[in-house]
Design a protein around this ligand. Structure first.
Ligand code: MG
Length: 263
C-alpha cells in the first residue's frame, strides 16, 4: 500500500462508520407510548419495565415524566408524589424507601436514559413537569435536564415536551438545536414557531376545537403530536390529517390500526 493510501485508509473506515451511524433511524409509525407501554401489561407507569415494553412493541417513541428531588436528582414519575412521598420535598435516598408495584425503585433520569439508549429504534420523549415550587425551579430543572442529556450524549434520542412555557424557552435558549414541543394548548402555531419550539403536543380536544392549527403547523414545519389518544375515531382522524405523532395509553391498538390502514 502506498504511503498516501495508508493514510487515507483509516479515514475512509472512519467515514463509513460515521455514515452508518447517521443512517440508524427510529421506527416511523407515529406511535408514542404514554408513560411507557404499561396498560395491557399491568406494569407501573414510567417504570423501566414499561419503557422496555414500548421498545419491544416497536413504538416510534415512548414518553416519560420528570421531576427533581429536593437534593436535585432528576427522577422519572408522573405524579408529584412517589407512593405518597412528595418528590420535591424529599431527598433521593429517602425516596428509595418506596417501590413500584413490580419491585422497581424510583428510576433516575440517568438510569432511564441509559436504558433507552441501548437501542436506537424508539425515541425518548422527555416531559419536564412544572415545579410546584415556582417558575425559577422549573427553569432550573430544564437546565439540569438538558445538561444530563448532553452529558450522556442522548441528544439523538430525546425530544423534550413541557407544560411550562418558561422551562421550554429555557432549553431553547440554552441549545437552539434542542427539540422542544409545548403541551398546554394555549399558544398558536405561529407563536410557537416564533419562539423557537420544534412543535406542539396538544390535548386531542384542543386539536378537535382548533383543527386549522394542523395545517398552520405543517406550513410552519412544526411537529404535531396529540395526547392522550385512546379512542379509535380520534386515532383515525389524526392519521387522516397526517400528524407526526400520536401519544396513547394503548400503543398496541394504534400499531394494529396503522398496520390495518397500510394494507
Ligand atoms: Mg407526561
Amino acid at each position: 500500500m502506498s504511503s498516501k493510501l495508508s493514510i487515507l485508509y483509516p479515514l475512509l473506515i472512519m467515514l463509513i462508520f460515521l455514515v452508518s451511524c447517521e443512517s440508524a433511524h427510529f421506527n416511523d409509525n407515529k406511535v408514542i407510548a404514554h408513560r411507557g407501554a404499561w396498560k395491557s401489561n399491568d406494569l407501573p407507569q414510567n417504570s423501566l419495565a414499561s419503557l422496555e415494553k414500548a421498545i419491544e412493541l416497536g413504538c416510534e417513541g415512548t414518553e416519560f415524566d420528570v421531576w427533581m428531588t429536593k437534593d436535585s436528582v432528576l427522577v422519572v414519575n408522573h405524579d408529584a408524589d412517589f407512593e405518597g412521598m412528595e418528590i420535591e420535598h424529599h431527598n433521593y435516598q429517602e425516596l428509595l424507601s418506596k417501590h413500584h408495584s413490580n419491585g422497581e425503585k424510583l428510576p433516575t433520569v440517568e438510569e432511564y436514559l441509559l436504558a433507552g439508549m441501548e437501542q436506537s429504534k424508539t425515541k425518548l420523549v422527555f416531559e419536564i413537569k412544572p415545579s410546584k415550587l415556582g417558575v425559577e425551579r422549573s427553569q432550573f430543572i430544564a437546565e439540569k435536564s438538558l445538561e444530563m442529556v448532553n452529558a450522556l450524549n442522548a441528544e439523538k434520542w430525546v425530544d423534550f415536551i413541557t407544560f411550562s412555557y418558561e422551562a421550554g424557552l429555557k432549553i431553547i435558549n440554552l441549545d437552539s438545536n434542542s427539540r422542544v414541543a409545548y403541551l398546554k394548548g394555549d399558544k398558536t402555531p405561529a407563536e410557537l414557531s416564533e419562539a423557537g419550539f420544534f412543535g406542539f403536543d396538544y390535548n386531542i380536544k384542543v386539536l378537535r376545537n382548533n383543527p386549522e392549527w394542523i395545517k398552520e403547523a405543517q406550513d410552519l414545519a412544526l411537529t404535531i403530536n396529540a395526547w392522550t389518544v385512546n379512542k379509535e375515531e380520534d386515532m383515525i382522524w389524526l392519521l387522516e390529517n397526517n400528524v407526526d405523532f400520536i401519544t396513547t395509553d394503548e400503543p398496541e391498538k394504534l400499531l394494529a390500526l396503522i398496520q390495518k390502514e397500510a394494507r
